[in-house]
Design a protein around this ligand. Sequence first.
Ligand code: F3S
Length: 286
Amino acid sequence: MATVVTARPFGFCFGVERAIKLARTGKERFGKVYTLGELVHNPLVLEQLEQQGIRAVPRVRDARGGALVIRAHGCPPAALAECQRLGIRTIDATCPYVRKVQSVARRLRLEEFTVVVVGERNHPEVQSILGHSGKSGRVYSPRMRLTAGKIGIVAQTTMSRSQFREAVANLSRFRYTELRVFDTICEEVAGRQEAAARIAQNADLVIVVGGRNSANSSRLAEIARKAGRKVLFAERAADVTHRDLKGQRRIGVVAGSSTPSWVVRDIAAIARNPVKEDRLNVSRGH
Ligand code: F3S
């Protein structure tokens, strides 16, 4: 039997828990409730929400006649203005840590700084921060050359601290009138990344439990790969096969902050006692 170590904490982070709760309460109060994009990057959670009648829509105007939940990633101010213009009620589930980054960006913009966001260009959180940064806001790239002026650097909350430090060191080579750096990485995310690095050191296989489009889950996979470990990405129990686990003596299980705790427990149980089937089907029992 393999030794299985599960990284802690696991289950929803505070911001995801809060967003799901706000969406459900909104549904009870207002009847028709939509979310602007996927509320969280986890297919299991989205399936549950859909069953409860809470559906993701790509555009603000698709929520006419209902209330619109702004997800934990936040949204650009233009989206809120559109809601107001169209008379759509909003339920703001922006994570308070993301709101803090938005407010740092706004302050920098007011003080005429160029805001540089270290993060993934197309991620909704980065888009929301850029929306608060004004026209000069930009996403960091290693090839970026900024000259003179006032520069303010912030991080996407799910960024890895080492990548953020690398970006800051790179940008610090240039001369500016003023350079301000704000480490806006979420401590919950940083804690999970540290735990993943520790677990990866002593594992043959690391199972990352989370949505494939979840930024923080992908980061955990990157950390384990960097440590030279074999990585298995699993969104649900059925993604873990007997073949994947064969011969693995030490297995680490790490999970993104939008992964429900029951999936992590199910997968850890399978890793401990693999069932010899082509595909494992574990009833959720929740
Ligand atoms: Fe918020 Fe951190 Fe979760 S930024 S949504 S508490 S991962």
